[in-house]
Design a protein around this ligand. Sequence first.
Ligand SMILES: NC(=O)c1ccc[n+]([C@@H]2O[C@H](COP(=O)([O-])OP(=O)(O)OC[C@H]3O[C@@H](n4cnc5c(N)ncnc54)[C@H](O)[C@@H]3O)[C@@H](O)[C@H]2O)c1
Length: 427
Amino acid sequence: MSEKVIKAGVLGVGRGSILWRYCKKAKNAQLVAVCDKWEDGIKKAQKEIGNPSVTYYTDFEEFLKHDMDVVLLANYANEHAPFAVAAMKAGKNVISEVLPAQTMAEAVELIECVEKTGKNYYYAENYCYMNGPYEMKRLYENGEIGEFEYGEGEYIHNCEYGWAELTTGDPEHWRNNMSAFYYCTHSAGPLIHITGMRPVKVVGLECPFNFRMARMGAKKGGVGVEMVTLENGGIFKSIHGGGLSKDSVWYCVNGSRGRVETSRYIAKDGGTNTLYTDLDESEAYGSGLGVTRYYPRSEIAKQSGGVGHGGSDYVALWNIFEDLKGNGGDVIDVYEALDMWMVGFFAYQSVLNGGITMDIPDLRKKELREQFRNDNRCTDPKVAGDQLLPSYSKGNPIIDDAVYKKIREKWEEINIGSKEANSFDEV
Ligand SMILES: NC(=O)c1ccc[n+]([C@@H]2O[C@H](COP(=O)([O-])OP(=O)(O)OC[C@H]3O[C@@H](n4cnc5c(N)ncnc54)[C@H](O)[C@@H]3O)[C@@H](O)[C@H]2O)c1
């Protein structure tokens, strides 16, 4: 076992704070550099980190010259792919926050960059490492659930209360401009990671733009729903978005030997930290072991102290840093990351095409990449050019400027009005 300590840098001081929080606790990584173009944010980070050996940058190119093994990308969710490509070309390994890419052209470029540079690319889809879904993966790999038949993944997060902090009142912020299908990997990702199977087909359904989205200035449907077929023919439902009133993070897997599911929030029984199993000893009818309920914790999760999305931030990073040390880890590579993302991308194409079933290509196959090399379809005008998609399938809602002004004022009140620097909240 290598005892090397990995030198890590981070881009983006909001969500990027997971890296310095992790490094304060874990022994396998050391924070060496932080980059953000937001100067006040850098000052806040400096205060929270409190380590004089860390170097701070406001320019990404300068940051990339720093001596470090890996860069965690926690910049805008729709800009990860070009930054990952630049980092790998500069000789750095990459950890990407969600999402991995915003177009199929970027997806192809990202994969080819990993293959060409030989650098390690890790997708930090932390929801796969929450206690419940992580245990579901262990049970599935042990054969205890049997062959996958049907599953569900839910990530509903009503962020209206924190929207000012999240978007700064910027009408063009990615959280306001993405479609309901973009942020799909918290719900679809765990099902893909548990089963280890590739999604091959998807049908999308979009819940309507509603009064909540209107108040937030989010120009999209409230919720995206994906019905996904995996390569063995099994099906899962993935639902995600901020358009419902009450939050829900929940996973369920039905296999040939029964069912495992996490607790629903409303039951007040530990949510994704609690697992219910109703499994059979064999596939024979009537060999039931009965229903059990327990609170699974991996050894690494115990070290996390439950910090950061129930400890999942810690477990995801621990696996990645162990892998970087050469010790192996349960990680998500570029192909699996893009499988997770394509669920939402093609579900939205399904919606835009009247609800037809869409094939999800296997980007591991080089011959399938050509047709997507110039595919810039997305909701970001800077990238899409003449292939721009609406962020809402029924046409982009018109939001009054006053909505953003009010949200901006709230952001200024929190970030400029206060004398004390705020610490970074978990979202
Ligand atoms: N996995 C999770 O549970 C989770 C939770 C929250 C956010 N996220 C992800 O983390 C990422 C960041 O989200 P966020 O909420 O912190 O806010 P954000 O996307 O609004 O902020 C990104 C930060 O990166 C900085 N930045 C962007 N481009 C830059 C550039 N070219 N040079 C220097 N700095 C740059 C911005 O100034 C900002 O501080 C997103 O990808 C989001 O999806 C993941």
